[in-house]
Design a protein around this ligand. Structure first.
Ligand code: AMP
Ligand code: MG
Length: 294
């Protein structure tokens, strides 16, 4: 971006991160979910208060970059951003949307959550509902769950035969590659909560009448299949972690860190677009004169 009022000049090299958040969180070859520390804070050693302060400090820049993206879309640009949030129940997907995506103008956000396919959706190819929900130029699309459910819950619950879901990894890679070619920056975030923390969060839902609505008896069934889900997530991270659409593994046991991580990943994606403001497609001086004469 240009050197607007939110330039980075005054701050340390990586805003307090050891390396860029993207480098700290990017899934590396050989990534092993079994050894993952869900309470860790990769790349960040300044604790919660400083983490929350950084999110607050970056909020204005995030918001301005979103507006630049939107303006570009309005002026014929093709670019957009898609934030894909995947995670087990209680991983904090909703909180990310509220606390991170909530930092930008909602008019520029296309949010969509994907549940059990409706009867109409089920009659189509699994990518049908995804394509229809993709962000238009200028928008930040946010997927709360995504096409990855079609190789996660679908695989674990054997909703289609193995030879059907097996082909989907390559198909998803091709789909995302075309998406990126068409101008969408894809940021895929796996919010990784530990089974212990999930239990705590589910119990809390049962302890609090204001949380009952979030509780779904089916969540316990998914918990019972934790190892199968781990295997399915591992396959996703092994097979769909592409150069053009990489995965970021975000430890989710500490909500403040997950929010810091995702807001920084989103900011990084927007910064990399090097967004300007669209030039006037009219004669500014002539318009000023015309207006002053009224
Ligand atoms: P929630 O995100 O808590 O509203 O739950 C949505 C539920 O929909 C989860 O249990 C998902 O596993 C389920 N779901 C999402 N996509 C699919 C899909 N393609 N097939 C089957 N279940 C799905
Ligand atoms: Mg749920």
């Amino acid at each position: 971006m240009g050197h607007g009022k939110h330039g980075r000049k005054a701050t340390s090299k990586h805003d307090g991160w050891d390396v860029t958040p993207a480098d700290a969180l990017r899934v590396a070859p050989g990534f092993d979910l079994a050894g993952f520390d869900h309470a860790s804070t990769p790349g960040w050693k300044h604790g919660r208060k400083a983490g929350e302060a950084l999110v607050a400090r970056h909020a204005a820049e995030l918001s301005e970059l979103q507006e630049r993206l939107f303006a570009e879309g309005r002026s014929g640009g093709a670019r957009s951003v898609l934030l894909v949030l995947q995670g087990m129940d209680t991983a904090g997907k909703g909180g990310i949307v509220r606390h991170v995506v909530g930092l930008v103008d909602p008019q520029g956000v296309a949010h969509r959550s994907f549940g059990v396919p409706t009867s109409e959706e089920a009659r189509h190819h699994y990518l049908w509902r995804i394509r229809r929900a993709l962000p238009r130029p200028g928008y930040i699309g946010v997927f709360d769950r995504s096409h990855y459910e079609d190789v996660l819950v679908v695989r674990v619950d054997e909703l289609v035969p193995a030879d059907v879901w097996e082909k989907r990894y390559d198909e998803i890679n091709r789909f995302e590659e075309r998406l990126v070619e068409a101008g969408t920056t894809v940021v895929k975030v796996a919010l990784l909560v530990s089974p212990e923390e999930q239990k705590k969060r589910l119990l809390e839902r049962l302890d609090r009448p204001d949380k009952y609505w979030k509780y779904n008896p089916g969540d316990v069934d998914s918990r019972l299949r934790w190892p199968a889900y781990q295997e399915a997530y591992q396959a996703v991270l092994d097979r769909t972690n592409t150069e053009v659409a990489p995965w970021y593994a975000v430890p989710a046991d500490r909500k403040w860190f997950a929010r810091l991580a995702v807001s920084e990943l989103l900011l990084d994606a927007l910064r990399r677009l090097d967004l300007g403001w669209p030039p006037a497609d009219f004669d500014v001086d002539a318009e000023r004169a015309r207006l002053l004469a009224t």
